[in-house]
Design a binder for this molecule. Structure first.
Ligand code: HEC
Ligand code: HEC
Length: 221
């Protein structure tokens, strides 16, 4: 009996200790916890995304870019069809999150190391670099992105996703909304690509880039 009450007292005091450390954490959930709860099922624990889940790599993207996509997704600037079930799932989840939550999550995602993606890459032909020259002023010679211009990293992004987005910009699904200042810039560039074949060539060129270092996206060249 004495043993039992000692046990109870010990249990109660350890709950009190746990409460003291856990409760402040609940009041302001950490970016890591919020990510785990709301994002990792689709973008994976390391943020690398997965073709089977139709999700892009988001690890190490610029915080500002992530927050802009959150804003675009929740205000309907970046739209998805009924068929895009995974993206629709994200719209629902993001609509439930507060701006504070997204600040925490985006800081956590932006700090993730960029993950090397396994994907099929073809050889690069002589003229292919010329096509990418139209992109490098904003996205950087190595696809590292340029935070000052709002141009995201393209290197170490799934090539099926890059192609998808380029086709969306070309047909106006993305980059048509009058408030989508960044998307409109990008749409002009995508429309200027001469053919869908050239889109494939450019995407293959980008797929050959090495994952860039985290601090290389400050200035594009
Ligand atoms: C149900 C699956 C799902 C969940 C959950 C989800 N996403 Fe996504 N996310 C997607 C898909 C699919 C896309 C690609 C949409 C497209 O094809 O344009 C995407 C795209 C994005 C993009 C745009 C990437 C880019 O390069 O433009 C960001 C940023 C993003 N997600 C962040 C998040 C964050 C942060 C969370 C958690 C709050 C989250 N997602 C939760 C499926 C999901
Ligand atoms: C004038 C600057 C500029 C140029 C040049 C440019 N882009 Fe972009 N690009 C952007 C910006 C800004 C965004 C982000 C749009 C947004 O915030 O939704 C973007 C987004 C993208 C995306 C979507 C990435 C993602 O993660 O969802 C792809 C793919 C892309 N660009 C490819 C290209 C390619 C290929 C070229 C060359 C043919 C090119 N861009 C030229 C500025 C540019």
């Amino acid at each position: 009996m004495n043993n039992k009450s000692n046990y109870l007292r010990a249990a109660v005091s350890s709950i009190a200790v746990a409460g003291a450390t856990i409760l402040p954490g609940l009041a302001a959930a950490s970016g890591a916890d919020l990510y785990e709860e709301n994002c990792s099922a689709c973008h994976l624990e390391n943020g690398a995304g997965d073709v089977d889940l139709m999700s892009p790599s988001i690890a190490g993207l610029d915080q500002e870019y992530i927050l802009r996509q959150y804003s675009n997704v929740t205000t309907g600037i970046r739209v998805f069809t009924e068929d895009e079930a995974m993206a629709q799932g994200m719209v629902e989840i993001m609509a439930e999150l507060s701006a504070d939550d997204m600040n925490e999550i985006s800081a956590y995602v932006a700090a993730m190391p960029i993950v090397a993606i396994e994907q099929e890459v073809g050889p690069i032909g002589f003229p292919d670099r010329g096509l990418y020259n139209n992109c490098s002023s904003c996205h950087g010679a190595k696809g590292q992105g340029a935070s000052g211009l709002g141009a995201p990293r393209l290197a170490a992004q799934h090539s099926w996703y890059l192609k998808d987005q380029l086709m969306k910009f070309r047909d106006g699904t993305r980059g048509s909304h009058p408030d989508d200042t960044h998307g409109i810039q990008m749409r002009d560039m995508a429309v200027a690509i001469a053919s869908d074949e050239d889109v494939d060539t450019i995407v293959n060129y980008i797929a050959n880039f090495e994952p860039p270092s985290k601090d290389s996206n400050a200035n594009a060249h």
